[in-house]
Ligand binder design. Structure first.
Ligand code: APR
Length: 169
């Protein structure tokens, strides 16, 4: 699907309508991509996040992008991996659906995702990639207004796994 692309890069550098932040439920910043996005966006992002009073795992909230080249940031706390018997798959799927729903509601036509939960939250990469692409493809089927969704992978291994998952769609 030409409307889904896999690239390797830094999501904080992408000039798209919305980038997704793999956040935590406090929405008050952290390490990984969360830390990178807050550093690049500047202190106004945290100030706006404070007004949101957190976010449940699997849900999403939207803010401006401030100093980022992206217009918006969509924050979603992914599930922490606890072996796969705690509803992790469903919660990860919900992250992608919630972010895309919010993007569409806010008129975003280009949306970039990081590989949610596959860093600090230890969700298995191949399993996460299959869930992510399945949800993105399903959403695009019913939302022609969304022009393009990209997975912005920070390293070669992650990019390769998402490429393979896309080919298997
Ligand atoms: N651009 C794109 N992807 C990035 C970037 C970046 N600048 N920096 C890191 N990543 C990638 C990681 O390499 C990984 O593939 O984002 C993916 C998700 O990893 P994490 O950032 O660790 O996110 P996650 O596993 O969802 O854990 C979330 O970590 O930073 C804290 O506050 C955050 O508590 C939350 C937890």
């Amino acid at each position: 699907m030409a409307r889904i692309e896999i690239i390797q890069g830094d999501i904080t550098k992408q000039a798209v309508d919305a980038i997704v932040n793999a956040a935590n439920t406090s929405l008050l910043g952290g390490g990984g991509v969360d830390g990178a996005i807050h550093r690049a966006a500047g202190p106004e992002l945290l100030a706006e996040c404070r007004t949101l009073h957190g976010c449940e795992t699997g849900r999403a909230k939207i803010t401006k992008g401030y100093r980022l080249p992206a217009k918006h940031v969509i924050h979603t706390p992914g599930p922490v991996w606890h072996g796969g018997t705690h509803g992790e798959d469903a919660l990860l799927a919900s992250c992608y659906r919630s972010c895309l729903t919010l993007a569409a509601e806010n008129g975003c036509r280009t949306v970039d995702f990081p590989s949610i939960s596959t860093g600090v939250y230890h969700f298995p990469l191949e399993r996460a990639a299959a869930i992510a692409l399945r949800e993105i493809a399903a959403f695009l089927e019913t939302h022609p207004e969304l022009e393009r969704v990209r997975m912005v992978c920070f390293d070669e291994r992650t990019r390769r796994v998402y490429e393979e998952a896309l080919e298997k769609l």
